[in-house]
Design a protein around this ligand. Structure first.
Ligand code: SF4
Ligand code: SF3
Length: 542
């Protein structure tokens, strides 16, 4: 077997990708990502064993986050960039080890490699399958994927100048633990929950960072049509990149549109002042193969989810920044102050035609915690009067699989006295349906990006308080979550930590859950998969 990866929902045959990723990841990139993760584990062991505090580690904290982020599904396909990151992290590791003078370190903390060839050879023996016991492997990977999602959110917060030392410290603690062969399955289960606890912390941190810098999201109608100017499409999750792009395109005659997970940027007051911030173009990430063709202008990827472009013409229009990368696409690096120069993208946009219209009209969103709590009286009244019978949290990710049509049908067939709470790119399965409203409250309330699932938890906890309940599971809220990549893993672990039970997860359960680990999740938390739309609606409403 040349590679092995099973970290996302589209893992080949529901088992794992072993020759080339369904996502387009090559064997080389998969192996280099494995080696990068292995290196981070080695660094973590040194940090933990030497008892180093995160405040002593300087830029290493950020580089850990960035490295983890580079290995998230669909974030970085550039072998050269990953190789360079391995070299950077190996030299940081060796410097740390020289200072710490520790005995009995794991191979991850001491191995050496030279050429790319030797890296690939080393990677072959340190990947996922190197852990033989399938339950231990399953728990180690579950924790590692949670940490990847956590790192992505921590990196966004850090870009806005917000850090939580506890989150940084936990990244080392958790990664070091994945090398520890003395830990029992029970101890790893406990660590999984602790990962969820830090997931709540990191989402709270990012929420604080975003809202303190850009204001609280508010109800917003977002245009989904186009204007007749050249334009740039921005995708991914990083709002500081968007802010810089909007500033630099001001007065240039170039419009800016969001794609996929960048849509919720329109809900923030800080971005409403830009007249050239026109609207959202297209749908969830996986539709980019056709939508980027019709957009015609340059595209800036600030994070995942990149799909390998079908043509050279589209590839030439794609730019990446931050942890994102794709071979042959220009990568824009920040200077030491975090400033990025997007001139080349803007100049290219001016030479290209305006986007082709693929839709008309608008969609509504902006229902993060502050906005929903401002409407709390109305919501509580609607629940008390019976106008709203149940809320359905349908947050998470979208993906290519046909089985995801389930979520559109589910939304369509829910009774008219139910409300969908959503966040993440899962929303594109139903945010353009005409589902109406209940006394002025829209039936689909979009809180924002996947990290804004935090808002949904805050709303649930507030409702619990308002209704005087002792358990969040007594609320009329059902959880039918769709997942794809590792950010959804940290969101799920955070919800479990908050005590949410009976979460349904689809369209398929993770391939990385061994039967025994899946059994623990089912028995302890009531986690379940999905069935047919009609049966599930009946089950949720009963
Ligand atoms: Fe396969 Fe998903 Fe891994 Fe890509 S990220 S190689 S699709 S399991
Ligand atoms: Fe989407 Fe990739 Fe997960 Fe942020 S952009 S939710 S899939």
């Amino acid at each position: 077997m040349s590679m092995f990866c099973y970290q996302c929902q589209e893992a080949a045959r529901g088992v794992g990708c072993d020759t080339r990723g369904v996502c387009g990841k090559t064997e080389e990139v998969a192996k280099l990502q494995d080696l990068l993760i292995y290196t981070l584990k080695g660094i973590s062991q040194i940090v933990v064993k030497a008892g180093l505090g995160v405040e002593e580690l300087g830029s290493l904290n950020y580089e850990m986050l960035n490295s983890l982020f580079m290995t998230i599904t669909n974030a970085n396909f550039d072998a050269g960039a990953i190789e360079a990151q391995i070299r950077k992290m190996l030299s940081a590791r060796d410097e740390l080890r020289a200072k710490a003078k520790l005995e009995g370190l794991h191979d991850a903390a001491t191995f050496t490699v030279g050429t790319r060839e030797s890296m690939l050879e080393k990677a072959g023996s340190v990947g996922i399958l190197a852990t033989e016991n399938e339950d231990v492997r399953s728990l180690r990977e579950l924790i590692t994927y949670g940490i990847k999602g956590m790192a992505a959110y921590a990196e966004h917060a850090k870009n806005i100048g917000k850090e939580n030392p506890e989150v940084n410290a936990f990244v080392y603690e958790a990664l070091a633990a994945t090398l520890d062969d003395t830990l029992t399955a029970d101890q790893l289960v406990a660590l999984t929950l602790k990962t969820g606890e830090h997931g709540v912390k990191v989402m709270a941190l990012l929420d604080e960072a975003n809202t303190s810098r850009f204001g609280n999201p508010e109800i917003t109608e977002v245009n989904i049509g186009v204007r007749n100017n050249p334009a740039i499409l921005i995708s991914g999750h990083d709002l500081t990149d968007l802010e810089q792009l909007l500033e630099q395109t001001k007065g240039t005659g170039v419009d800016v549109y969001t794609h996929s997970e960048m849509l919720p940027a329109h809900y923030y007051p800080a971005f409403k002042k830009y007249d050239h911030f026109v609207g959202n173009y297209g749908n969830a990430w996986w539709k980019q193969t056709t939508e980027f063709e019709s957009f015609r202008g340059p595209i800036l990827f600030t994070t995942n989810c990149i799909v390998p472009p079908r043509s050279e013409e589209v590839r030439r229009r794609i730019f990446t920044t931050g942890s994102a990368g794709f071979p042959g696409c220009k990568h824009i690096v920040a200077d030491e102050n975090g400033k990025k120069d997007f001139t080349e993208i803007i100049e290219l946009a001016k030479t290209l035609p305006a986007p082709e219209e693929i839709e008309k009209g608008s969609i509504v969103g902006g229902f993060a915690h502050n906005q929903v709590l401002a409407l709390a009286d109305k919501v509580v009244e609607a629940v008390k009067s019976g106008a709203i019978k149940k809320f359905f949290v349908m947050a998470g990710c979208d993906g290519r699989m046909k089985s995801r049509e389930y979520y559109t049908e589910f939304a369509e067939r829910l009774p008219a006295d139910t409300v969908i709470l959503t966040a993440g790119c899962a929303k594109y399965r139903y945010n353009k349906l005409n589902l109406g409203d209940i006394g002025g409250i829209p039936r689909v309330l979009d809180a924002g990006q996947c990290n804004d699932s935090y808002s949904l938890a805050v709303i649930a906890l507030k409702l619990k308080e308002v209704f005087g309940l002792d358990d969040v599971n007594k609320l009329p809220i059902a959880y039918n979550i769709a997942w794809y990549e590792q950010k959804a893993v940290i969101v799920l672990l955070a919800l479990l930590y908050l005590g949410v039970k009976n979460i349904h997860l689809g369209p398929t359960l993770p391939a990385f859950l061994s039967p025994n680990v899946a059994k623990v999740l089912v028995e302890t938390f009531g986690i379940a998969g999905i069935g047919t739309v009609d049966e599930d609606i009946k089950m949720f409403l009963s």
